[in-house]
Design a protein around this ligand. Structure first.
Ligand code: NCD
Length: 305
């Protein structure tokens, strides 16, 4: 039985196969309508979500399967003191596959040790978010036609943003990527990513403080929200939350084929006027998330043939 806890659980070849399958689902949607008939997906969300949970549920429904679950820890037995391990042990008797989001880093991994069904990490604290990574990779490949030879700017909360950590890990296995990390000093990428990911794979990165100084060089600009819920001190959040706001004037020197990504939800970091720009990919990205989750559910249930 396979789980997906960390983006590195998948080999580069498996990622390519999943993205190929997602492309095929997009092209031949009707062919997949009954693939998961009789199967159930449980979504156990101990932390809020719109896109991730609903796209998982939509993905399973579009494969002909059923869904059950909860969308906040308040509505689960964790309020009575039940452990994640027990919850998962029980839910894996009711469902064939489980997507779990939890504020504690490592909770989905712990769950995978106890579960009788495949566990998909749908976000654990500031750590990993492998299905957002698959979404991002599918979007980059569909927009750019490749996953290497790119200059990528990551902007915003690089300290707490799990989508950034996961995506950088996954990209570290592709060639020719130049990483430009755009953040205030307090929200720089964690040391472990610098050492274990950039260091180990021999990738260089640069750290800058403004979008303006690098915008003309970027093929991809990956914007992120300042992660309010992971701050210890509200005053720090308020001081940092609007450090970067991407608007139309800021795009003046950008490449004509720049792709602007954002895992969403956005708060203020991208002005609504940018949505009209064809380089804004974030809503297409959200849609891609459903297709790549369909592919992943099929793979983990052994139905991809
Ligand atoms: C992200 C997350 O939950 O980490 N959202 C998502 O899954 N699309 C990003 C965020 O919350 O800022």
């Amino acid at each position: 039985m396979r789980h997906l806890i960390d983006p590195m659980d998948l080999s580069v070849q498996e990622i390519e196969e999943l993205l190929d399958l997602a492309d095929d689902i997009i092209a031949h949607h009707e062919a997949y309508e009954k693939v998961c008939e009789g199967k159930k997906l449980a979504t156990l969300f101990f932390e809020p979500s719109t896109r991730t949970r609903l796209s998982f549920e939509a993905a399973m429904m579009e494969l002909g399967g059923n869904v059950l679950g909860f969308s906040s820890s308040d509505s689960s037995s964790s309020t009575k003191g039940e452990s994640v391990a027990d919850t998962v042990k029980v839910v894996s008797c009711y469902a064939d596959i489980i997507a779990m989001r939890h504020p504690k880093e490592g909770a989905p991994y712990l769950a995978s040790l106890k579960s009788d069904a495949p566990i998909i990490n749908a976000g654990d604290g500031g750590h990993n978010h492998p299905t957002q990574t698959l979404t991002d990779l599918l979007t980059i490949r569909r927009e750019k036609g490749r996953l290497g030879d790119l200059t990528i700017g990551f902007c915003g909360d690089l300290k707490f943003g799990r989508t950034v950590h996961s995506l950088i890990k996954a990209l570290s296995r592709y060639e020719g990527i130049r990483y430009v990390m755009i953040s205030p000093e307090e929200l720089e990428i964690p040391e472990y990513i610098k050492e274990e990911v950039f260091g180990k794979h021999g990738h260089s990165y640069e750290q800058v403080r403004t979008i303006d100084e690098v915008i003309d060089q970027l093929d991809i600009l990956y914007m992120t929200r300042v992660q309010k819920e992971r701050f210890f001190n509200e005053a720090d959040y308020i001081r940092l939350k609007d450090t970067y706001i991407l608007d139309v004037p800021k795009l003046k020197n950008a490449k004509a084929d720049l792709s602007i990504l954002h895992p969403l939800p956005r708060v203020n970091e991208i002005a609504a006027e940018v949505d009209e720009d064809p380089r804004a990919c974030y809503f297409r990205q959200a849609l891609n998330g459903k297709y790549v989750r369909m592919a992943l559910i099929m793979k983990l249930l052994g139905l991809e043939e």
